[in-house]
Design a protein around this ligand. Structure first.
Ligand code: G3I
Length: 483
């Protein structure tokens, strides 16, 4: 059976300051070089090798900028819409949906072989006026209809949704949003059940800020998740937004991640940025780098941490200066798209600059293997296989690289599961499985692999207790080395 792919008060952006910044950045861009040396692995490659998503928040209107698109394409294995999939964007009038921007993000994910993360279905901000004025029963009906419609549209494309966003206060009580006031405590459960009904396979997340460490707010979320799991309310993950201040990454981040994991849910760092009081300086940038490294290292150390998403690419377009006056420089690339010290720090969090290739065993001097006419020569392809494993499930990310001098036009990757694993959901590919034998074929958009280039796909799977690395990778019948 084929398994096919898968407080604050916002203020309008400061137009004048931005135009000046844009002009300055454009000038800088003319001479900017992008600091990742050719030999260095991208964050996408390092993350994939570690079995972790490395994501970013996309504004599709920025893809027309060459520098923005170049970094977006090469550095990330996951993409989330910064604004395009929010209620005000997708259903500006009741029952009248506007899919253009959201579809642009989904299309970008598909064409660049990235996982697509859904943000967000139910949130008190960026909620259209018509929904804010509804009575209780109408609001519940509108909420269920909205969530269901959006989830159904992207079923098989979105791997996980922020179903409800920011429902708690700092002291652990419920935020008195229009949803809470009109529908009471049950609205969160209602939203999760609606999303599950619309897509049985997608992973469902609760997302919030200031719940990264152990505190009254994260305790309240913990209690909700524990209750949901006990009552069979569908929830699969908790999103830790992680909008930090330089030098203030919570020391209990790992402990907090692990306690949620112990409840049987994944965790994700969903909106990472690390702001500082401007102007920036080398000391602040060094601390910021250390903080980025700490967050990525912590996620790498927690099996059920699925990955880290950074809330944007360049400081030039960060939401931070609009909301936190006098603060900024929160992202990994500066106004001119040059990587900041945080970039190398994230590479270091993954253990280095380039994934260490598995040395190819040297045949013994006496052994003169007789070539097997049925096995194509090894060396024409390589596979990087990374898996993030938990109780009985796992997420795998796979990079297939064409090491031959011949372009690949349509590919089929085969491999063998060693421990009784099975694929449950795939993205950027179509997967079929017969027993331990798995066959992966390309999606319509990623069938070409030029010499030296690669394509990435992934899948969720189930394992019986052990999750051994697959063997026997072959690309169109040619044996691949594993790196
Ligand atoms: O689209 C309009 C545009 O038509 C108008 O000309 C312009 C006038 O300034 O405003 C535009 O809307 C802006 C929107 O982003 C899209 O760019 C809003 O003013 C602005 O407030 C809104 O800010 C977004 C903010 O959420 C809204 O609360 C930020 O870009 C976005 O990064 C931020 O993201 C949130 C997450 O979704 C949830 N977690 C917190 C995070 C930071 O607030």
């Amino acid at each position: 059976m084929p398994i096919t792919q898968s407080t604050r008060t916002s203020v309008p952006r400061r137009q004048v300051a931005r135009r000046v910044a844009v002009v300055a950045a454009a000038a800088a861009l003319a001479v900017a070089t992008f600091a990742v040396p050719a030999s260095a692995a991208t964050l996408r490659e390092l993350g994939t090798a570690a079995g972790k998503d490395v994501g970013f928040a996309l504004d599709p209107n920025r893809l027309s900028e060459t520098a923005y698109k170049q970094i977006a394409d090469s550095e990330f294995s996951l993409v989330v819409a910064e604004n395009a999939m929010k209620w005000e964007s997708t259903e500006p009038q009741r029952g009248q949906f506007s899919w253009g921007q959201a579809d642009a993000v989904a299309s970008y994910a598909a064409t660049t072989g990235k996982k697509l993360y859904g943000h967000t279905l139910v949130w008190h901000q960026q909620l259209p006026g018509w929904a804010q004025n509804l009575g209780a029963s109408e609001l519940e009906s509108a909420m269920v209809s909205h969530a269901s419609t959006v989830v159904r549209r992207y079923a098989g494309q979105v791997v996980a949704w922020d179903v409800v966003n920011e429902a708690f206060e700092e002291n652990g009580t419920r935020r008195q949003s229009v949803f809470q006031q009109r529908l009471g405590n049950g609205y969160i459960e209602t939203a999760f059940r609606a999303a599950r009904s619309a897509d049985p396979a997608v992973r469902l997340c609760y997302n919030d800020y200031n719940i990264e460490g152990i505190n009254a707010k994260s305790d309240a979320v913990y209690a909700m998740v524990k209750d949901f799991k006990a009552r069979g309310v569908p929830i699969d993950c908790v999103g830790l937004q992680s909008h930090f201040i330089v030098g203030q990454v919570p020391s209990s981040l790992r402990q907090n991640m692990e306690r949620f994991a112990a409840l049987g849910v994944d965790v994700r760092v969903t909106e990472l940025d690390i702001r500082m009081t401007m102007p920036s300086d080398s000391t602040k940038l060094a601390q910021q780098a250390a903080d980025y490294r700490s967050v990525f290292s912590t996620c790498n150390a927690v099996a059920r941490c699925q990955g880290v998403t950074i809330w944007g690419i360049t400081d030039k377009y960060s939401w931070v200066p609009d909301v936190f006056s006098g603060q900024g420089a929160a992202l990994v690339w500066d106004n001119g798209y040059a990587p900041k010290p945080a970039y190398a720090a994230i590479q270091a969090a993954f253990g280095g600059v380039t994934p260490t290739p598995t040395p190819t065993p040297t045949p013994t001097a006496t052994a003169t293997p007789t070539p097997d006419p049925t096995t194509p020569p090894a060396g024409t392809c390589s596979v990087t296989y990374g898996a993030s494993t938990w109780n009985t499930g796992f997420t795998a990310n796979v990079i297939v690289r064409n090491l031959s001098a011949t372009p690949v036009d349509g590919w089929r990757l085969t491999f063998t599961f060693p421990s009784g694993q099975s694929v449950t959901q795939a993205w950027s590919s179509t997967v079929t499985q017969q027993g331990a034998q798995v066959t992966v074929t390309n999606a319509p958009w990623n069938g070409s692999i030029a010499p030296g280039q690669s394509q990435t796909f992934g899948f969720n799977g189930a394992h019986p207790g052990t999750n051994g690395t697959p063997t026997g990778f072959a690309l169109n019948g040619a044996a691949c080395s594993v790196v």
